[in-house]
Design a protein around this ligand. Structure first.
Ligand code: PGA
Length: 253
């Protein structure tokens, strides 16, 4: 890991009712006792945010959301604004998750607009980038294109406080994890891109996570890589025990 404060984030996707969310939080919070120097975040679906926010008030476990509309309010049926999310206690927003890009057609123009709206609202974005299996041999080209378009107009000082998640799409929900070496290599390429487009201080300061089939069994080796500052966890974050073990793996670094 670099000097960044590590972040372990659990993206629940379309899982858990408010009641199930409460049960998870009640079981999980004791596992954070004594955990210092690591940020831990859950990202439940919209319908669970208000309940989660009430339960987490004053607690160290952070709350995030899987998506946000870029407009402040208005006739946008089905959409959720920054103000609504902040009122639920959210501090983080996933932007450009590959499922949003692929299934809901969030292209790079929309991702860039959402990213700017998240920053304007003083929320913290986690910008997700990554390549499909067929793009894997051109990974640098794909990631470079996403970074160039998604971060257009973003100042280095802002980027330095942001989080980027590298998630190879072929590793998401498939049980196929990028090897620690492959994850390290791509994340170091992301830092090299930041260094050349901004400067090396910004490249070192930006927090970069790995995501894609992170489990208790592989978390320690992934998190031990020099450029990996934490994990964006899907499936394994739904079970309090497993998510707690991934947080423990971050504590060993
Ligand atoms: P996974 O999901 O851990 O279930 O592969 C990761 C993600 O999509 O954020």
């Amino acid at each position: 890991m670099t000097m960044q404060r590590p972040l372990i984030a659990g993206n629940w996707k379309m899982h858990k009712t408010p009641q199930e969310t409460e049960e998870f939080i009640v079981e999980f919070l004791p596992k954070l006792e004594g955990v210092e120097g690591i940020e831990v975040l859950i990202i439940p679906p919209f319908t669970s945010l208000d309940r989660a926010g009430s339960l987490l008030h004053g607690k160290s476990l952070r709350l995030g959301t899987q998506d946000m509309h870029y407009e402040a309010e208005g006739a946008f049926t089905g959409a959720i604004s920054a103000r609504m999310l902040k009122a639920c206690g959210c501090s983080y927003v996933l932007v450009g998750h590959s499922e949003r890009r692929e299934l809901f057609h969030d292209d790079d123009t929309i991702v860039a607009r959402k990213l700017n709206a998240v920053l304007d609202a003083d929320l913290m974005p986690i910008l997700c980038v990554g390549e499909t299996l067929s793009e894997h041999d051109r990974v640098e080209e794909k990631i470079t294109r996403q970074l160039t378009q998604d971060l257009a107009g973003i100042d280095g000082k802002v980027l330095a406080k942001m989080t980027i998640a590298y998630e190879p799409i072929w590793a998401i929900g498939t049980g196929k994890t990028a090897t620690p070496e492959v994850a390290q290599e791509t994340i170091s390429m992301i830092r090299a891109w930041i260094a050349s487009h901004y400067d090396s201080a910004t490249a070192q300061a930006t927090r970069v996570l790995y995501g894609g089939s992170v489990k208790p069994a592989n978390a320690e080796l992934l998190l031990a890589q020099p450029d990996i500052d934490g994990a964006l966890v899907g499936g394994a974050s739904l079970v309090a025990e497993a998510f707690g073990q991934i947080v423990d793996a971050a504590r060993l670094q």
